[in-house]
Design a protein around this ligand. Sequence first.
Ligand code: GRF
Length: 215
Amino acid sequence: MSRKRTAVLISGRGSNMGALISAALVPSYPAEIALVISNRPDAKGLERAQEFSIPTAVVDHKDFQGDREAFEKAIDEVLHEHKIELVALAGFMRILTPYLVNAWSGRMINIHPALLPSFKGLATHERALEEGVKLHGATVHFVSAEMDDGPIIMQGAVPVLDQDTPDALAARVLDVEHRLYPRALELVATGKAKVSGARVLTGGEDQTSSNLIWP
Ligand code: GRF
């Protein structure tokens, strides 16, 4: 089995990146984390990747003075230099233009800390509490030109408790993110996640356990 060469794009602490790295330490896992790119030179996740001897690169958006396409071209070049086949965004805090999204269509995935299509954007946990939802969670989806949009591969749900603060809820969601993202990348790397119109179908006999983690 050839493992898919996967790049993880980060901007910060990289805990989801860490979960993907850990999963990929298992030789039978269908993806290897072959590169970590950060748009911030001080991202904590870079040190973590280096501890695992994973090649890292910094493509600092500030060097491109607002020219988003030039920034994305630089990222694309690094991805090609490292013969990357799949890209996993993990807390990558730049909105991508159609340039990079189209170049990696069907091969770029993202994790978002909410049950999409609810709560796109930032401050998802605060908004979930304000709205009084009883179920919250995280979503892994293929990246499309719209922010936090694109066919949903997997979702992980957590309960919202009366006493929750945004931080407490974030911690519960982060825990499910770390279980969710490796499984979703596995579905993509093995080709089991098939895009059908706006949906991703994963097939298999036990679909609820292949594309869903619930409380
Ligand atoms: C996660 O909550 C992820 O869902 C969101 O940004 C956060 C990144 O956290 N997109 P980390 O850097 O993976 O720890």
